[in-house]
Design a protein around this ligand. Structure first.
Ligand code: DSN
Length: 413
């Protein structure tokens, strides 16, 4: 499964479950079944990917049991030192990881590599600049934003005074609405970034609006980070005060988060991660993040990210040519949203039917959604995982027709 982007001489056996089976047979069998599912299915979940064996090996390394609360000695933040002995190599690793990520995004921003996830990165990023009750202007979950961008069922919607900018009738972010609401609300923070938005986000314009109303500007690039690193999407560095990401989506690394911020925010960012939100950092994940950064600096990474976008455009166009309604009428990145509002069946129904034929994607709300988040009127389709497995445009076009067959079957019931 991993042969498309791995060295042939890897000695790490991702499909060797015998050791696990010796100790915990049921667990070994369950992991093996999931591994086979991942190998056999067409995986189209836009937030997933396959990481390399090197990333997996770092993930499963001896760093997993090392405690290292605190930060390496050389950090600029002032949060110096660890609360445990024996951290000299961990310090070296974490510093190296930070340096490599700055190199990946060609930035001199401060970076904190400890967040356990994108949600925790957002939690700490908000905490570093906001007080409870402060106003945030962001994109709602229904329009493509993320749960942590202010959903009422999430900490963000409970701790902060959330307001949302809209998308226009075609599904594009309405920048005039952003400006209008920014001027009206005078938010402390304007947030850009999404989980289900298929178009280029205009970071310079967001930054200009934020500056004009004295707001901080933060971008969550969790989905498009790989594209940003490879120059396939405009970079928010230089425009945003804070940038968060996960490392496992288009970046193709381990599960985890990163926070970048302007140097003057360094100390606040670090203390908002540890000791405010987290205890011991997951140093094995930090090592895997470092491997991921090294991979992202390899010229082949740019080729991969470019192909992700080329594949996505071809896949999306095939649906449009077959007469389907795609939100915004196309895509600029690694995903697009199929709008099923006109059908009796739901996004959930299509997700379930596709599961039965070995195609994995997820139901997704669409702008002006009438159905519940458990049903939805859309599905989200991404090309990053299958591009890692070597799929090209013609492979995705063939999958579009397989999905079309399933939709026609559901529609005929
Ligand atoms: N829930 C993830 C996604 O699927 O986009 C983001 O955290």
């Amino acid at each position: 499964m991993f042969d498309k982007f791995n060295n042939d001489d890897s000695s790490y056996n991702v499909d060797n479950f015998e050791l696990i089976k010796k100790t915990a047979p049921e667990v070994g069998k369950m992991i093996e079944k999931e591994y086979n599912r991942q190998c056999n299915n067409v995986e189209l979940i836009a937030s997933e990917n396959y990481c390399s064996e090197a990333v997996l090996a770092a993930n499963g390394s001896c760093l997993c049991w090392k405690y290292a609360e605190g930060y390496p000695y050389e950090r600029t933040s002032g949060n110096k030192g660890r609360y445990y002995g024996g951290t000299e190599f961990i310090d070296e690793m974490e510093e190296y990881c930070c340096d490599k990520w700055r190199e990946v995004f060609n930035t001199d921003y401060h970076v904190n590599v400890q967040p356990h996830s994108g949600s925790q990165a957002n939690f700490s990023a908000y905490k570093s600049i906001l007080k409870t009750g402060d106003t945030i202007l962001s994109m709602s979950l229904n329009n493509g934003g993320h749960l942590t961008h202010g959903s009422s069922v999430n900490f963000s919607g409970n701790l902060y005074d959330m307001h949302f900018y809209e998308v226009d009738d075609n599904g594009f972010i309405d920048m005039e609405d952003v400006r209008r609401k920014a001027e009206e609300l005078k938010p402390k923070l304007i947030l850009a970034g999404a989980s289900a938005y298929s178009r280029t986000i205009d970071f310079p314009k967001f930054a200009e609006i934020a500056k004009s109303v004295g707001a901080y500007f933060m971008v969550d690039i969790a989905h498009i980070a790989g594209l940003v690193a490879a120059g396939e999407h405009i970079s928010p560095f230089g425009y945003a005060d804070l940038i968060t990401t996960t490392t496992h989506k288009t970046l193709r690394g381990p599960r985890g988060g990163l926070i970048f911020g302007r140097q003057e925010l360094a100390k606040k960012i670090d203390s908002a991660v540890f000791p405010y939100a987290q205890g011991g950092p997951l140093e094995h994940i930090i090592a895997a993040k470092a491997v991921c950064a090294v991979e992202a600096l390899d010229p082949s990474f740019k080729v991969y990210q470019h192909q992700v976008v080329v594949n996505c455009k071809a896949f999306c166009k095939e649906f449009i040519d077959m007469g389907y309604n795609v939100i915004t009428g196309g895509t600029d990145n690694h995903l697009f949203l199929l709008d099923l509002s006109e059908y009796e069946f739901t996004g959930q129904d299509l997700q379930n039917k596709l599961d039965e034929v070995g195609i994995t994607l997820n139901k997704n709300s669409v702008p002006n959604e009438k159905r519940s988040p458990m049903k939805t009127s859309g599905v989200r389709i991404g090309t990053a995982p299958m591009t890692s497995r070597g799929y090209m445009e013609e492979d995705f076009i063939e999958v579009a027709h397989r999905i079309d067959v399933v939709i026609k079957e559901l529609a005929s019931k």
